[in-house]
Design a protein. Structure first.
Length: 149
């Protein structure tokens, strides 16, 4: 059960960081439920499903505006929104799996590994030529509080 509930809780908290309500603390606390869920799993592939869930829920909350903004122009608004969530979810699944591998192989603490891989995911997504993704939720919400970064 915690394989889905805890990552969903992390996703919800991560989604709330898209708004100015994110504050200087929420981006750091958002990954705590995910870390708890992953703390009991260290096998190959154990980070894929939780990572996908966190990103899909988090970006689903943060990108909820896409459906009403696009649905008056095209009937493809919902399928495009779901496609965006799936693509982000797949990349995030690899980031979370990478954090678990860093934890297994190098004994890097899991919260540090999650931070490194997730920030890396956000940075790469923002800098991919031609298709950069500007909504850096965890890092972007800290822009209002630079002292917390």
């Amino acid at each position: 059960m915690d394989r889905f509930v805890l990552p969903s809780a992390s996703g919800l908290l991560l989604g709330l960081t898209f708004t100015p309500l994110g504050g200087p603390v929420l981006p750091f606390l958002a990954f705590a439920p995910l870390g708890t869920a992953l703390g009991r799993r260290h096998g190959p592939g154990d980070g894929l499903v939780p990572g996908f869930i966190v990103a899909a829920v988090g970006h689903g909350v943060g990108l909820h505006w896409m459906i009403p903004a696009l649905s008056w122009r095209t009937p493809l608004a919902v399928p495009v929104w779901l496609l965006v969530l799936c693509l982000i979810g797949m990349v995030a699944a690899l980031a979370v799996e990478s954090a678990l591998r860093l934890h297994r192989r190098w004994r890097l603490p899991l919260p540090v590994g999650l931070g490194v891989t997730w920030v890396g995911l956000e940075w790469v997504a923002a800098h991919v030529p031609g298709v950069s993704y500007a909504w850096l939720n965890a890092g972007g919400s800290l822009a209002w509080w630079p002292w917390a970064a």
